[in-house]
Design a protein around this ligand. Sequence first.
Ligand SMILES: Nc1ncnc2c1ncn2[C@@H]1O[C@H](COP(=O)(O)OP(=O)(O)O)[C@@H](O)[C@H]1O
Ligand SMILES: [Mg+2]
Length: 371
Amino acid sequence: MVRLRLENVVKDYGNGMGVEGVSLEIEDGEFFVILGPSGSGKTTTLRMIAGLETVDSGRIFVDNTEITDFPPNWKNMAMVFQNYALYPFLSVRQNLEFPLKKRKVKKEEIDIKIEKISKTLGITEILDSKPGQISGGQRQRVALGRALIREPLLFLMDEPLSNLDAKLRTSMRAELKRLQKEFAITTVYVTHDQIEAMTLADRVAVMNKGRIVQLGKPDDIYNNPNSYFVATFVGDPQMNILKGRLEKQGKKFSLTFSGCSISIDSSDIQADSNSLDVRVGFRPEAITRVDSNGISARISVIQDLGNRRLEHYSVSEDGSEVIRYTADDNTSSIGAPVQIFPGEGYIYLFREDSDKLIGRIDGRSLRDFRS
Ligand SMILES: Nc1ncnc2c1ncn2[C@@H]1O[C@H](COP(=O)(O)OP(=O)(O)O)[C@@H](O)[C@H]1O
Ligand SMILES: [Mg+2]
């Protein structure tokens, strides 16, 4: 069942800023994440859904009822922001009660709900404390509790974890995911943090410049990016990019980059000319060491992460940097000449002069490059 539908929703702030036209369908119970860089229109989209921002054109539906011009308090949505605004002079319990008292829910019912939600969130012990007396993580939990206790039709969150330190962010992320599934509340979650998007989402919409540029499951966005923008925005460390050239040779294309050359079936490439400058992308975990025919490079930096390593390479041909993420136990020394190849993952091809993905080759299928 579709819970929330946006039909070509537009917000024009003038000077070309805002949201250019967003269409979405979000299923009941789904954890939906809008991911994009700062200024891409995420907050504006969320505020239009919440009714905190007027919609210039397009329509918004909840359960097939058009709510485009409904005021916020008619929408039964709960919103949690980065700055969780708790009432500082009220206790945690009073903060939780607040939305229910406003709706004149009976005292006994309020008590039952508070007991349940504070157990779930692990905040029973602090019910009588004031927000100033508890930690940042606890405050964030109270803010979530206050939103959840209303049992809203939709849960809207705008970068709710970005003020927390790294460790707390990781544990709150897991908690959010558990709570969302437990309460089965349809959630729209906005973030610029691709790790949050990948770990939380059932589906992700990637936004750029006021538009959705790709929509899919997290692993689809990661493995099948449709553009240079998505490919390089999603993934940490970022996808490696090298310059390359495609040349048609009979029924095949030859791809040359950084001194190595591979042959590709024409059916794997969408190219409208016989030779083309391209950008060749591959992820850090796709790289392996090879004995021959690979990219000649030297190791410039090794970052040891305990169970894994980030190896930085300087490509001999033009000095470009390539990063490899690996758990193998090959000992490597700085400055040593080696050969590497993206033989454990995909090789992505983008045109040099546009954002478009024109081909994806599975490096694992290229036998010449297996060591
Ligand atoms: N009230 C406003 N008036 C004018 N421009 C705005 C306003 N709010 C946002 N914008 C512009 O709209 C674009 C999208 O902003 P926003 O939705 O906040 O992006 P995000 O949340 O993805 O960082 C940005 O270019 C921003 O500068
Ligand atoms: Mg924002």
